[in-house]
Design a protein around this ligand. Structure first.
Ligand code: C2E
Ligand code: MG
Ligand code: MG
Length: 613
C-alpha cells in the first residue's frame, strides 16, 4: 500500500505505528545493550520490558558491538563507559567512525561521580547519558525520548515534508528492494513517472502557496488511486496481489510503482486511471484548478532490470508523453531512442528550413456567426520537409521554442502574413484581417515591436487588419510587462487576441487589465458541444463575461452544425473550424474569400444580396 506518513511516522523497518498511543510505535524498537556487568544487563532489560519494549540484544563483550549492530540493526544502543577490556569511549568512537552509524542513537551509562567522562562521551557523539545506579523511570523516559527523536529524524530523511509521501531517496531504495524480490517472468513491475502539467504556470500566476496546496492535493489523489487499484476497484485491473507505492520524487513529479503484476497490460489500465483521476478539478480556495498529468511508463524486466535504468526510462517516456501534448501517457520502448535521435536531426534541419524555403503559411477562415461571411484568417505555419512531407507545427514549434529558433521563424511568419495581406488587398479581394500566433519567446523580446512597426511601414497595410494571438500563459507570467508591451502594440493600431482561452489559469478579472480585442475559446471546450453540460456552461459563461469586457469571442475547432447552433444561441461572434474549412494555402483561401468574403455593402443593394465588382 502507498503510505503517506502517519501522524507519528513510520521510521524504519523495525519501528511501526500502532494503535492510538503515540509512543506505541517505538516499543517495537530493537535495543542493544553493552555492559560488562551481566546483572546490569538483566536489570535494564527488566526495566524496559516492564514498559513494553520487547526486542533486546545484550552483550557483556564490548568487542562484539559492531558485529551485533550490523546483524541486528538496533534503533538505540545503551553503552556502559567503564569496561575493563575495551572502554565505552573506544566503542563509541568505532561506531561513529562508520558512515552508516554516524547518527545511530547511543545512550551512555556513566558513574554518578564522573562528570568529565560524561562530557567526553557527549563530545564523541553520545546522544544522551544515564547515571548509574540506574533509576528505572529515568531509563524508561530517556530511551523513549531518544527513540522518538530517531523516528522524527528517519521521517525527515525518508518523507517529503510537503506531500507526506516518500521522497526520492527512500523511493529508490524501496524500488531496489522490490526489484530484488521479484520473481520474473511470473512477476513484472511497472514504474510510472507522473508529472503535473503546467505546474509552473500555477506557481507563477497564483503563487507558490496555492502551488504547494495543489501538490498536496495531487498526492492525496494519487494515494486514492493506489488504494483503488489494490482494492480491485479499477475496472479491468484484476490484480489481486499487486502492490502500489506512491512517492514524491521531484518538484512536480511523482512516481508510482506497481509491483507483482501478473499482466503487464494492466500497467496501461492503471495509467489511464491515473490520467482520468486528474480530469476532475482541484478546489483550492476560490480557485478551480484543472490540472492534467503526463505519465511515462517503463516496465521491468522488459525495458530494464535495475532500478536506475527503470527510473531513467520512465522519465524519458514522460517527456515523450509531454511532447505529444499534455494529459497523456507514453511507454518507454527501445524505438523511442530512435525517435529521440530523429528529433535531433529535425532540429538541425529546422535551422535550415527558412533559407531552403520549406516553410509555408496556410490560412484558416474566421467566420462571422451572424452573417456566415469570412472576416479574417489565422495564419498557421506548415513545414514541407523534403523527405518527411508535411510536418505538423505541433511537432516542430516546441522544438523551435526550446532552441530559440522560434524568434527567426516568428519574424518570418509575421513578414509573410503582412505581405499576404498586402497582396490580397491589391488583388481586390474582400477585406480581411490576418491573425498571427506569437510565441512566448518572441513576446518577451523588444524586437517584436520593432519588427511590427517596420512591417506596417514597408507593406503599408492597415494596422487594424493585423491581429496578434498570444496565449494566456504569456500574459500571466509577467502581467506588468505584458500590459506595457500590449499597450504599445495597441497604440500602433494592431489588434490583440487571447488564444486557447480556458487552458491556462487566467481569470477574466486579470484580463480586464489588458488592452485586448478578442478572446478565442479553446477547441477542447467546443469539442464537448453540444452534449456536454459542463462545456456548454463554460462556453456560455465565457462569452457573456467577454462581452461584458467588450471583447469579441471566437470559437476554435468547430466541426459540427450542432456546435455552431449552440454557439450562435450563446451569441458567440466568430468561429474557426473544419466545418467551414481546414487551413489552406493562400491561393485556395483567396477562392474562399472571393465566394464568402464580406464586402462592405454599397448603398442601394438589397439586404443579403451580394454586391458585384
Ligand atoms: P492554434 O493557434 O490554437 O491553432 C488552431 C489549431 O487548431 C490549428 O492546428 C488548426 O489547424 C486546428 N484546427 C482548426 N480547426 C479545427 C477543427 O475544426 N478541428 C480540429 N481537430 N483542429 C482544428 P495547427 O495548424 O496544427 O497548429 C497547431 C498549433 O501550432 C497552433 O494552435 C499554434 O499554437 C501553433 N502554431 C501554428 N502556427 C504557428 C506560428 O506561425 N507560430 C507559432 N508561434 N505557433 C504556431
Ligand atoms: Mg492561434
Ligand atoms: Mg488556439
Amino acid at each position: 500500500m502507498n503510505d503517506a506518513a502517519p501522524p507519528l511516522p513510520e521510521p524504519s523497518a523495525s519501528v511501526q505505528t500502532q494503535g492510538t498511543d503515540p509512543f506505541a510505535a517505538i516499543r517495537h524498537a530493537t535495543i542493544l545493550m553493552v555492559d560488562d556487568d551481566p546483572v546490569m544487563l538483566i536489570a535494564v532489560e527488566a526495566f524496559l520490558d516492564e514498559v513494553g519494549y520487547g526486542s533486546f540484544v545484550t552483550t557483556s563483550e564490548p568487542r562484539e558491538t559492531l558485529n551485533l549492530i550490523a546483524e541486528h540493526q538496533p534503533d538505540v544502543v545503551l553503552l556502559d563507559l567503564m569496561m575493563p577490556e575495551l572502554n565505552g569511549f573506544e566503542v563509541l568512537s568505532s561506531i561513529r567512525a562508520t558512515e552508516e552509524h554516524r547518527y545511530l542513537p547511543v545512550i551512555v551509562l556513566s558513574g554518578e561521580s564522573d562528570p568529565t567522562a560524561r562530557l567526553r562521551a557527549l563530545e564523541l557523539g553520545a546522544t544522551d547519558f544515564l547515571t548509574k545506579p540506574v533509576d528505572p523511570s529515568e531509563l524508561q523516559l530517556r530511551v523513549r525520548n531518544t527513540l522518538a527523536f530517531k523516528v522524527y529524524q528517519d521521517r525527515l530523511a525518508d518523507y517529503d515534508p510537503l506531500s507526506g509521501l516518500r521522497n526520492r531517496r527512500r523511493f529508490e531504495s524501496d524500488l531496489r528492494q522490490t526489484l530484488g524480490s521479484l520473481a520474473p517472468p511470473a512477476d513484472s513491475c511497472a514504474l510510472l513517472h507522473i508529472d503535473l502539467d503546467r505546474f509552473k504556470q500555477v506557481n507563477d500566476t497564483l503563487g507558490y502557496r496555492i502551488g504547494d496546496r495543489l501538490l498536496k492535493a495531487a498526492a492525496r489523489r494519487l494515494e486514492q488511486i493506489a488504494h483503488d487499484v489494490e482494492a480491485g476497484l479499477i475496472s479491468a485491473v484484476n490484480e489481486t496481489d499487486a502492490r502500489v507505492n506512491v512517492a514524491h520524487i521531484s518538484g512536480n513529479g511523482f512516481a508510482m510503482v506497481l509491483s507483482a503484476l501478473r499482466n503487464p497490460d494492466n500497467a496501461e489500465r492503471v495509467t489511464r486511471a491515473v490520467i482520468k483521476g486528474f480530469s476532475m478539478p482541484f478546489s483550492i480556495d476560490e480557485h478551480e484548478l484543472f490540472v492534467t498529468v503526463s505519465v511515462g511508463v517503463a516496465l521491468h524486466p522488459v525495458d530494464a532490470r535495475d532500478a536506475d535504468a527503470l527510473l531513467e526510462h520512465a522519465e524519458t517516456a514522460m517527456y515523450q508523453a509531454k511532447s505529444q501534448g499534455r494529459g497523456t501517457h507514453a511507454f518507454f520502448s527501445n524505438d523511442f531512442n530512435k525517435r529521440a535521435s530523429e528529433r535531433l536531426s529535425l532540429e538541425s534541419e529546422l535551422r535550415r528550413a527558412i533559407e531552403r524555403e520549406e516553410l509555408q503559411l496556410h490560412y484558416q477562415p474566421k467566420v462571422s456567426l451572424l452573417t456566415g461571411r469570412i472576416l479574417g484568417a489565422e495564419a498557421l505555419i506548415r513545414w514541407k520537409h523534403p523527405t518527411l512531407g508535411m510536418v505538423s507545427p505541433v511537432r516542430f514549434i516546441p522544438i523551435a521554442e526550446e532552441t530559440g529558433l522560434i524568434v527567426d521563424i516568428g519574424r518570418w511568419v509575421m513578414a509573410q502574413a503582412c505581405l499576404q495581406l498586402r497582396r490580397w488587398k491589391d488583388s481586390g479581394l474582400p477585406p480581411v484581417s490576418v491573425s498571427v500566433n506569437v510565441s512566448p519567446a518572441q513576446f518577451s523580446r523588444s524586437s517584436l515591436l520593432k519588427d511590427v512597426k517596420q512591417l506596417l511601414g514597408s507593406t503599408k497595410i492597415d494596422p487594424k487588419t493585423l491581429v496578434l494571438e498570444v496565449t494566456e500563459g504569456v500574459l500571466m507570467s509577467d502581467i506588468e510587462a505584458a500590459v506595457n508591451l500590449l499597450k504599445t502594440v495597441r497604440a500602433m493600431g494592431v489588434r490583440l487576441s487571447v488564444d486557447d482561452f480556458g487552458t491556462g489559469y487566467s481569470s477574466l478579472a486579470y484580463l480586464r487589465r489588458l488592452p485586448l480585442d478578442e478572446l478565442k475559446i479553446d477547441r477542447s471546450f467546443v469539442m464537448g458541444l453540444p452534449a456536454e453540460k459542463d462545456s456548454l456552461a463554460i462556453v456560455r459563461a465565457v462569452i457573456a463575461m467577454a462581452h461584458a469586457l467588450n471583447l469579441k469571442v471566437v470559437a476554435e475547432g468547430v466541426e459540427l452544425d450542432a456546435q455552431l447552433e449552440v454557439l450562435r444561441a450563446a451569441k458567440c461572434d466568430e468561429y474557426q473550424g473544419y466545418l467551414c474549412s481546414k487551413p489552406v494555402p493562400p491561393d485556395d483561401f483567396a477562392v474562399l474569400l472571393e465566394r464568402k468574403g464580406s464586402r462592405p455593402r454599397p448603398s442601394g443593394y438589397e439586404s443579403g444580396e451580394r454586391p458585384r465588382f
